[in-house]
Ligand binder design. Structure first.
Ligand code: FNR
Length: 349
């Protein structure tokens, strides 16, 4: 029951945060990435391929529905709709944290819909970094998952009254899961970013897929603070590295260590997807924005949005002369504003 209430709270507060973003014309550091326009460099739409090699497979589109939910009746229905949208549009989809299932198998169906509604899709299970290889294997088995996400969410846990108070076991747990599972393991943040140092640390632990999930979108420090009653912990609302800053500083160590980076956190539109790919990501994930569309317009609205995004990604690649996702790494980008300042302070450009 504690799990179910928390999952419902997260959805409600995340959707409210997205509404706030729309009302305030939310800006983030993706706005600090500009493509230099070259008037004669465009290519033909027909030669543009959106294929991208991620975590052991070729995805048809460099876009995925990132981890969100499960564990209550309401979130099971959300998962059903997300799975239908992912299946219809051919996107990979990640489950929300499966801790609730590992604690109580009675909620299995609220997660299993990700596979039953999307039998041929690329489905990713999700556990926290306290999980053992055995727990991770049970989560993977329930979804017949193609990959496993392990989320690292120290900021969120710190603000949660019931959160973890000891993170020292996480690196060892991540190494054990990566070694034991036999399917790709993607380590992800939940909206506070992965630094270059963390990429190197994860590579040393054997991890080859990292979703930087930085600041700029859903903010779990604020969401968890809103769940505290009369005992504010509002110190961490601005904490973290932005998604573009993570990509800029982590792409070189990732390349050197054979790590594939995924981008999530604050992706608002197809231009942000293409900007992420140009900064070295293999694909971009969306949570909060897609959830808000689903909550407002239902599954048909989400399918229509994703379909438009896929077309727009193709058009932007055509305009930039990029026939492949890898070609986007050779486009000219300018980093401006706060992003340029952060990159300068971090010694990268
Ligand atoms: C999340 N996120 C998340 N991540 C994770 O690894 N396990 C989880 O259980 C959840 N739960 C969750 C619930 C809800 C309602 C949202 C909106 C998000 C985090 C998510 O995968 C992503 O890292 C961040 O939300 C940043 O991306 P957006 O939302 O800015 O696109």
């Amino acid at each position: 029951m504690a799990y179910a209430a928390r999952k419902d709270d997260h959805v409600r507060l995340a959707v409210a945060q997205q509404r706030e973003f729309t009302d305030t014309r939310h800006a983030c550091q993706f706005d600090d990435i500009e493509f230099v326009h070259h008037a004669l460099r465009g290519t033909a739409e027909r030669v543009v391929s959106l294929n991208t090699n991620i975590a052991g497979m070729t995805w048809r589109t460099p876009l995925y529905v990132n981890a969100m939910t499960g564990g209550s009746a309401r979130t099971g229905e959300i998962n059903r709709a997300l799975a239908i949208a992912a299946g219809e549009t051919g996107l990979a989809i990640a489950s929300g944290s499966m801790s609730a299932y590992l604690a109580d198998p009675a909620v299995a169906e609220t997660y299993r819909v990700l596979r039953s509604e999307n039998p041929d899709g690329y489905v990713i299970a999700n556990v926290n970094a306290n999980a053992t290889p055995d727990m991770a294997a049970r989560a993977v088995e329930l979804l017949a998952a193609d990959a496993l996400q392990v989320h690292v969410n120290a900021v969120q846990e710190t603000v949660m009254p019931e959160g973890d108070r000891d993170f020292t076991a996480w690196p060892g747990n991540i190494a054990r899961m990566t070694e034991a599972l036999g399917i790709p393991v993607i380590v992800k943040e939940v909206g506070f970013g992965i630094s270059a140092d963390t990429v190197t640390q994860l590579a040393d632990l054997g991890v080859r897929h990292i979703d930087v999930s930085g600041t700029g979108g859903t903010n779990f420090a604020r969401i968890e603070n809103a769940r505290r009653h009369g005992d504010d912990f509002d110190l961490l609302g601005e904490w973290g590295l932005s998604t573009p800053a993570c990509l800029v500083e982590a792409s070189e160590p990732a390349r050197l260590r054979g790590v594939t980076l995924l981008a999530s956190g604050g992706i608002r539109n197809p231009l942000d997807v293409v900007r992420s790919l140009a900064l070295g990501a293999g694909a971009a994930g969306v949570s909060g924005h897609f959830l808000a569309i689903l909550e407002t317009g239902g599954v048909d609205a989400l399918i229509a949005t994703i379909t438009t995004w896929i077309a727009r990604i193709r058009h932007l690649m055509m305009l930039l002369g990029a026939a492949t996702v890898a070609d986007l790494a050779h486009t000219d980008v300018l980093l401006t504003g706060r992003l340029a300042e952060v990159c300068r302070l971090r010694g990268v450009d």
